[in-house]
Design a protein. Structure first.
Length: 175
């Protein structure tokens, strides 16, 4: 038998057994409907709570994305300022080769003179998984005491120059 049919039969049996007059039967039917209403209400409230939880989690994710984007923008602005300082001192010909490759003297100057901005900027290379290549090939970590290592930068320069150029000129441009 279908569940609906069984449910209605059970309700009718309960109503007819407990109620003697038509008013008593109506009252019992209303009580049974009330219990069903309560179950429906609880179900709807739990759905609403789940929706509110979803909205809260979604808002948190969006806020984190916005905060991360703001942080990336801050890092890029800071690094662009450092690059501008270098270009004002030495010129573009001492930062980039004619073919567009980045020169080591430029990276070394940033390491020596603008280290904190340099650290923050190269942490962005984690977003494109460049550190995974370094770890795979060398077995070393690119971070030491919370800072990017010069060995990691040198390895990128020597072994992944094209990726470094794409990173610094296209993905997170500072020129």
């Amino acid at each position: 038998m279908p569940v609906r049919f069984l449910k209605r039969n059970i309700e009718n049996v309960i109503i007819n057994k407990l109620g003697e007059t038509s008013e008593e039967k109506k009252s019992i039917a209303m009580i049974l409907d009330g219990k069903m209403f309560e179950k429906k209400l609880i179900s709807e409230l739990s759905k609403q709570t789940k929706k509110e939880e979803f909205v809260r989690i979604n808002n948190n994710i969006n806020n984190n994305i916005n905060n991360n984007q703001t942080q990336v923008d801050r890092i890029l602005i800071n690094m662009k300022s450092c690059v501008k300082d270098y270009l004002n001192l030495y010129g573009k010909h001492r930062a980039l080769r004619k073919n567009g490759d980045i020169m080591w003297v430029f990276l070394k100057w940033l390491w020596i003179n603008k280290r904190n901005a340099f650290y923050d900027y190269f942490r962005l290379s984690e977003k494109i998984q460049l550190h995974e290549f370094y770890k795979e090939k060398t077995g070393k970590n690119h971070i030491y005491r919370g800072k990017i290592t010069l060995g990691y930068i040198r390895w990128l320069y020597c072994n992944r120059k094209n990726d470094l150029v794409i990173f610094m000129r296209q993905l997170f441009p500072v020129f």
